[in-house]
Design a protein. Structure first.
Length: 318
């Protein structure tokens, strides 16, 4: 579907960012979609391509010529879900590692969205089958899904206002000396477009972390998201040189402790996903206003990794 829009920046938007101005002028389209069009050069301002953050001065001629792929709704599929909580407005589940959240290139089915539509066919009436945030394919743990339009709007606003509590367990390479906070903007990598990177022109991102347990040359951390950028914890930990164990994109080669046993080496080399688990989720119920919290332990492969590190540390104590 081709989108053709033409307008002029009114005086009441003078001084606004371009993406903000377009969101006000074209309310039928999300700000994120408009921002994508700006970055793709599908929006011109007086005939010139601008950046989303550029300010408008009033009177500019805006022309949008964009193409939108019409997405077919996912089909319902009988995929088992580990549901932690549900009522008529919310559903909280424990996503396994390996399950893709949304259908996309190379994953047309077999996703969480397909499973949700099988669990509740009415989710087809909600944007993205009620999914309001995501976890990477190989990250496990807690996710919340909206089951009503009221809940969808409320949860989306809570997430944007950074009022949803999301805490993760992560195992990183290196012995972290103390807790801290990473505040570094994140954008898509300029060369490798499937990756993210810390970039000055990226979106604001902040991650708090504290020590869970130290091992010989690894550390388990508890990470709290202040924002929710794509690959945020993975990128931030790699940025401060404590990449996640098993991360195939940002982790580098496995780091093997000196004199490690063959069994421990096999565990480290065999752990082929990022050691990351969304362990705690907290939010305000969209209808009752009640503060709700859920917590779930990590899956077996993560627990096996931790147990192997404990054994390695005990074998070399003293």
């Amino acid at each position: 579907m081709d989108v053709e829009l033409d307008t002029e920046i009114p005086d009441d938007l003078i001084g606004s960012r371009l993406d903000q101005a377009l969101a006000s002028l074209f309310p039928d389209y999300s700000r994120s979609r408009l921002t994508q069009w700006i970055r793709a050069g599908e929006v011109t301002v007086d005939g010139h391509v601008r950046r989303p953050k550029d300010k408008v001065s009033g009177g500019e001629q805006i022309v949008v010529r964009a193409h939108v792929e019409i997405e077919r709704p996912p089909v319902a599929q009988a995929i088992e879900l580990d549901i932690v909580f549900h009522d008529e407005h919310l559903l909280v589940l424990n996503k396994p590692a390996g399950l893709v959240v949304h259908p996309g290139a190379g994953n047309s089915d077999g996703t969480l969205a397909n499973a949700l539509l099988h669990f509740d066919a009415q989710l087809a009436d909600l944007p993205r089958a009620g999914i309001v945030h995501r976890l990477d394919k190989d990250t496990s743990g807690l996710m919340v899904v909206a089951r009503s339009l009221v809940a969808h709007k409320y949860l989306t606003e809570q997430i944007q206002a950074r009022e949803v509590h999301r805490e993760y367990l992560a195992v990183v390479h290196g012995v972290v000396t103390g807790g801290g906070r990473v505040e570094a903007p994140i954008a898509r990598h300029r060369v490798h477009r499937t990756r993210m990177a810390v970039a000055e022109d990226g979106r604001y991102a902040a991650t708090e972390y504290r020590i869970g347990q130290r091992y010989r040359i690894h550390t388990e951390l508890r990470c709290k998201l202040e924002t929710g950028r794509t690959h945020q914890i993975r990128v931030h930990m790699s940025h401060i040189r404590y990449p996640l164990v098993g991360d195939p994109v940002y982790g580098g080669r496995p780091r093997i402790p000196r004199d490690a046993s063959d069994s421990f080496i096999a565990v480290l080399r065999g752990f082929r996903r990022q050691a990351l688990h969304a362990t705690r989720l907290g939010l305000q119920h969209p209808i009752s206003g009640e503060e709700l919290f859920w917590e779930c332990p990590p899956p077996a492969d993560y627990c096996d990794l931790i147990e192997a590190m404990k054994i390695d540390q005990a074998d070399h104590a003293g």
